[in-house]
Design a protein around this ligand. Sequence first.
Ligand SMILES: Nc1ncnc2c1ncn2[C@@H]1O[C@H](COP(=O)(O)OP(=O)(O)OP(=O)(O)O)[C@@H](O)[C@H]1O
Ligand SMILES: [Mg+2]
Length: 311
Amino acid sequence: MQTKPALDELFERRLTFPDFAPQERLARLVGLDDHKDRLSKILGLLVNPAGLEAWAQKHHPDAKGLLKHVLRRPPLVILAGDVGSGKTELAETIGDAVARQQKIEITLFPLSLANRGQGRVGEMTQLLSAAFDYAVEAALKLKGSNGRARGAVILLVDEADALAQSRESAQMHHEDRAGVNAFIRGIDRFATEQLPGAVIMCTNRLGALDPAVKRRAAEILAFERPNDVQRHAVLHSALHALGFNAKQIDELVTATGKKKGNHGFTFSDLTQRLLPAIVLDAYPSRSVTATRATEIALQMQPTPPFEENKS
Ligand SMILES: Nc1ncnc2c1ncn2[C@@H]1O[C@H](COP(=O)(O)OP(=O)(O)OP(=O)(O)O)[C@@H](O)[C@H]1O
Ligand SMILES: [Mg+2]
């Protein structure tokens, strides 16, 4: 049996909130206000149930029975959907908003399962069990005696497609099944111990997600490609300082939209491919022009959507 991975090996980049960098990253996310709002409320209650009790005391003093339904929701939120749509970015930074609202310190334990599950036998199971061990241990230390925690923990299980099963084979690999079971056990530990903490899971494959995992989600938030208004917001905020006028930005919005044969640009196509390409095209000797920017956009192929049935 392999040895349990060390804390620093498993979570190379633990983040503590509140902090300026994640606050800025969160603020830069466009068109996700509703998701931000829902996610921060759910996480806020999971890390600080006393908040809801205080609210009820004020507005509905006899509503104890109703509160139970809200407070007993499993401590899991799933962010699911298209590639490059802000799932990881939101998951990594939302803790900042929650920490500020609840006035407590929150630590994020980020674990990515990318390319895991095809590795050594039992690797994913072992990783997940170890990740939950560390997160539970940290959360136990923060549990308050009066229902108000001293701090809280968010465990992020990113790129969790390995926890889904392919559509064609209802039968999962034995190894993958063991990984799913380790995940479910972890969630249940968080829930039964009523720890100040929550688990966020990101996946491209909602359709293929294990039903037992899905059932445990307090909420499933869907992520899609940006519409015209959202693409406009990203492009405008980046390009108006270069002197692009409204018509020129609208042209780019159209050039990056859905067309025959493609699905339109993802958020990450805009921020990580198109905008850098526009800048590098002009660098080092020319200025950026709107005409060139549109040409570049029209030549660029958006990332194909994630296909559920390709495993
Ligand atoms: N809503 C958004 N507003 C602004 N920029 C965004 C948004 N969503 C994504 N981006 C940009 O795209 C980059 C990639 O986003 P992110 O890593 O969160 O995608 P993802 O949904 O996790 O994709 P994948 O499924 O491929 O992991 C971000 O760093 C950011 O620059
Ligand atoms: Mg991601």
